[in-house]
Design a protein around this ligand. Structure first.
Ligand code: SF4
Length: 291
């Protein structure tokens, strides 16, 4: 098995590889039919207010680090809520049509206040924010996705940080969140030659930090698992066979109306069979849903 960093120019102009983002890989693991609905049928999804709030809080945390270190205060973060929400209303059509509860913006401010109880952004200088990272694995599959934040210590140690703003019970998503972080850790290991020292899940609602330290052996196993998952996706695509796999995550799925597990009928499978999906720019997705 070989893995190599993909120069930016090659991603844009070179050979086109099928690609997989952590969200879509996790979809297939969660429920193959959900993967099909999102990646092959590309059925539209309306974000819930919780998901829109997650996206808003992510945007504020990204902007916060544009400010000089001393200015990254709670009030600066909560002030950014209005600015970023106005921007989302203008730029994101799904958000413009969304009915949000009256306390929506206040609840976003509360999550940001919670953030300050677990981290002090005045003491941090992230190396990257909302950064698209990618690696080619086994000369055949481009794995890529956005990391919320990447910190690099003076000795070169990497810490991958993922913000969780969930309204959903966190146990329902913890395995999925860790899968996503291992995915990023694998990309970073393969492209930079360094196993990230820490994978950090930052739960803003509970003001809790969950740190995990992977090792190279584990990431090598994860890479094999990912390739096996990709082969399963290719087989399912060739056969047009994506089965529903009901679980408690169905409660957050937008597609129950067309899911046989809920009495629905999926749209006809595209004919001819679609080629292996290429996510030119993987969707940033909505935070804290099944997405
Ligand atoms: S409702 Fe459940 S079983 Fe049906 S597609 Fe969604 S996640 Fe899969």
């Amino acid at each position: 098995m070989t893995t190599e960093a993909v120069p930016a120019a090659e991603v844009e102009a070179g050979p086109v590889y099928p690609s997989l983002s952590p969200s879509r890989a996790a979809d297939f693991k969660t429920c193959p039919l959900l993967y099909r609905f999102r990646t092959i049928d590309r059925l539209p999804e309306t974000p819930s207010p919780d998901q829109a709030r997650g996206t808003l809080v992510h945007a504020v945390l990204e902007r916060l680090f544009d400010l000089p270190a001393a200015a990254r205060t709670v009030s600066a973060a909560t002030d950014l809520v209005d600015t970023e929400w106005r921007r989302m209303l203008e730029e994101v059509p799904e958000v413009a049509g969304l009915e949000v509860p009256e306390e929506f913006l206040d609840s976003a401010r509360e999550l940001l206040t919670g953030y300050f109880t677990v981290e002090d952004p005045r003491r941090l200088e992230p190396a990257e924010r909302e950064s698209l990272i990618s690696a080619l694995v086994d000369d055949q599959l481009l794995i890529r996705g956005y990391v919320d934040r990447l910190d690099v210590s003076p000795d070169g140690a990497l810490r991958v940080v993922d913000y969780k703003t969930g309204g959903a019970p966190r146990e329902a998503f913890e395995a999925r969140a860790l899968f996503q972080l291992k995915f990023y850790a694998l990309v970073l290991w393969r492209t930079r030659g360094v196993v990230p020292r820490v994978l950090r899940l930052l739960y803003l609602k509970d003001a809790e930090v969950c740190d995990y330290s992977p090792d190279a052996e584990e990431l090598a196993r994860f890479e094999r698992t990912l390739l096996a998952l990709w082969q399963a996706i290719e087989r399912a695509t060739a056969a047009g066979d994506f089965r529903p796999k009901p679980s408690r995550l169905c409660g957050w799925c937008s597609h129950q109306a067309v899911c046989p597990a809920f009495g629905g009928t999926p749209p006809p499978f595209p004919s001819p069979r679609p080629p292996a999906p290429v996510e030119v720019e993987p969707a940033r997705g909505w935070d804290d849903g099944v997405g």
